[in-house]
Design a protein around this ligand. Structure first.
Ligand code: SF4
Ligand code: SF4
Length: 454
């Protein structure tokens, strides 16, 4: 159990103290009684998850979500890409598709609900992707298809095909912070035309998003939203991702928060943008507010929390076209995790023997067990270790804590400025009030993001 005292101001500006337990999601008044909220009775007697680790490896079953790794080649080399230094496995081609389909036929007991096609850059593999997706569409007509692309290789012909095959597409682009990532496809007339052509095709069915990452030089989600609104002219646009980057190497570390002062400034900016309702087009804003409201109103126990990306879940399966089962879509069968285990966890032909030994569930990390934002963060990347995990955790804490404040304010009217518990001072003092009194808590306003627990 990790219980925290939340120091806050109520609607009249008076000091109040609340108590919050991250393992039971209980929110209590200073006298120990439940904070008066419209709680929802929910049975949590089932739903506990497997807490995977090197000594308690993750299993896999016939997947609800099938992620197919086509290869790690990319026509770009973005600075903080998680795949940048991952050794490439032997390349596959369209000639591998029939054997791969036979493996699926023989070893999946149920149709996947969703199939994702991953690179590198998946469109580098268009000669493989086309026959693969067409076979899969014929076999699994009801599965949703998804792909994330940098957009540079989109053409009217490819776009028509993606539309016809029912793809949902995420275009990786950091908006005003793209230059920190790498080259900008929107500065290439042909690439820009391909991206906007696909946007026009898929946006009416809400099957396309721009996926932007937040990083040290791209901290404003409001600026990201404005960038894509200007690009598309579409007030209903959807922006995916929207979280702070996890660092996988020196490039990722350089794009991480570098100091407590940067962290405080980012947290203040984030809360201000949430309060002003300027980031509602970002999926992440609605999802995090919803997660917090659900967590508190349903008093969600931490024992049901899987890892943030879901790849610890037996139902989420990442494979390459040779049938190798991988930790996730961002690694290869010949790459090793920081804990010395291979990212190749087994083979599609023998799913019951798959053992994911590369990763650590949050419940095995004391920092997460003792963390107030656990219920929404759910640990950083599950296979990172050491300084890279610590930097990912620091980024994640600063990324989540402003949503924590906003959600608690939405529920209780109390504006939390300090979290007391087993925490470093730079986490207790959310906005740096003790070191930078002149900055203060961002001006208080009504939270305009519509949230409900449903
Ligand atoms: S912020 Fe860090 S300690 Fe907290 S849940 Fe996320 S990864 Fe774990
Ligand atoms: S394990 Fe999850 S968070 Fe880490 S790289 Fe893979 S998908 Fe991303």
């Amino acid at each position: 159990m990790a219980r925290f005292q939340l120091k806050a101001h109520d609607r009249r500006g008076q000091d109040v103290s609340l108590s919050y337990d991250n393992q039971t999601s209980e929110l209590l008044d200073s006298d120990g009684s439940p904070w008066p909220l419209p709680y929802v009775d929910k049975s949590w007697s089932v739903g506990a998850i497997e807490a995977i680790s090197q000594s308690s490896p993750g299993a896999k079953s016939s997947p609800a979500v099938l992620k197919i790794q086509l290869g790690l080649s990319c026509n770009y080399a973005c600075d903080y890409c998680s795949q940048r230094f991952v050794p490439h496995a032997e390349e596959t081609t369209k000639d591998d598709v029939p054997a791969f389909m036979a493996l699926l036929e023989a070893n999946l007991s149920e149709s996947p609900q969703r199939i994702e096609f991953w690179g590198g850059e998946p469109l580098v593999y268009i000669k493989t992707l086309k026959p693969l997706a067409e076979h899969l569409r014929a076999k699994f007509p009801n599965a949703s298809f998804g792909m994330v692309t940098n957009g540079t290789l989109l053409t009217p012909e490819i776009n028509a095909w993606l539309d016809e095959m029912g793809f949902g597409v995420g275009i990786s682009h950091d908006g005003p912070g793209q230059s920190a990532r790498g080259p900008d496809p929107l500065e290439d007339a042909q690439a820009k035309a391909g991206i906007l052509d696909l946007y026009e095709r898929l946006a009416p069915q809400r099957r396309i998003s721009f996926n932007a990452m937040v990083h040290r030089t791209n901290t404003s989600r409001e600026a990201i939203a404005q960038f894509f609104l200007k690009l598309t002219g579409d007030p209903t646009l959807v922006i995916g991702e929207g979280a702070f980057v996890d660092p996988y190497d020196a490039g990722g570390l350089a794009n991480s928060l570098q100091s407590d002062d940067q962290a405080f400034a980012f947290r203040r900016q984030s809360l201000d943008e949430i309060r002003r309702g300027r980031i509602v087009s970002l999926d992440v804003a609605r999802a995090r507010m919803r997660d917090w409201v659900k967590s508190i109103l349903e008093r969600q126990p931490a024992s049901v929390l899987g890892q943030k990306c879901g790849m610890d879940n037996a139902d989420n399966l990442a494979v390459d076209l040779h049938g190798n089962v991988l930790t996730c879509q961002n690694v290869s069968a010949v790459s090793m995790a920081p804990n010395g285990e291979s990212h190749k966890a087994g083979h599609l032909s023998d799913l019951s023997s798959v053992a994911v030994k590369t990763s650590t569930h949050w419940s095995h990390r004391q920092e997460c067990v003792n963390c107030p934002v656990l219920q929404a963060c759910k640990g950083a990347c599950m296979f990172l270790e050491g300084p890279l995990w610590e930097a990912a955790c620091d980024n994640a804490y600063s990324d989540h804590v402003s949503f924590f404040v906003a959600a608690f304010e939405h529920l209780t009217g109390c504006s939390v400025y300090r979290i007391e518990g087993d925490l470093p001072e730079s986490r207790s003092d959310i906005f740096g009030l003790s070191v930078e009194a002149s900055q203060g808590v961002p001006e208080r306003r009504v939270i305009p993001i519509g949230v409900s627990h449903a």
